[in-house]
Design a protein. Sequence first.
Length: 254
Amino acid sequence: MDDQQLLRYSRHILLDEIDIEGQSRLLRAHALIIGAGGLGSPAAMYLASAGVGRITLVDHDSVDLTNLQRQIMHTTARVGQPKVESGREALQQINPGVQVQALAERVEGERLRALVADADVVLDCSDNFATRHAVNAACVAAGVPLVSGAAIRFDGQVSVFDSRQDAAPCYACLFPPEREFEEVQCSTMGVFSPLVGIIGTVQAAEAIKLLAGIGRSLAGRLLILDAREMEWTSITVGRDRQCKVCGQRHPSRA
């Protein structure tokens, strides 16, 4: 690190758990963020401010006026722009030393698998089950930890799915793809503005911990937030050995 980086990240370096070694890991790391909306905004902004060296933003949508109530990475002046381009501008204003790749596309199949395999951590900030399951399957196949968040109305949830840990579940262990779940959207159900900030910030914290190699992740735990009461519930979740996505994976040797 040069003098400017030592100054910029000095408050991280002062933490014994991070120090120069942990901050150097962040600078070398690559985070893939699927979704540049309500969850992706705070998550990406904190990863950039923390010094994660490479951030790839993926979102096929454009900034809409209705987004600005909660998607804090975007501005009124950027309404109509692709969200990833708006996001890249915001992140580079926060930290010009971070390399931001903006992909204005809906990634799936081999394209998604290649992007996941190139990342050190993946943050699922999407808003639908199909994308969540596709991202989860790609993460399991590549052995890349996944930080997953969701928020609707006043209810949020966040967890880490880390297939490098033999006992840790994947997303499909909790929400089997063959089971039908009601698909809900902010456009019809509404969402409490700060809720996405809370969940997205927790996603950023979990990603930074994974990249820096500190603390205990949320792998094996699901945090559920009722923002009406501001009450967190922690649920222990285990791996389903019969899971069609991760059931056949080999135990981690790490």
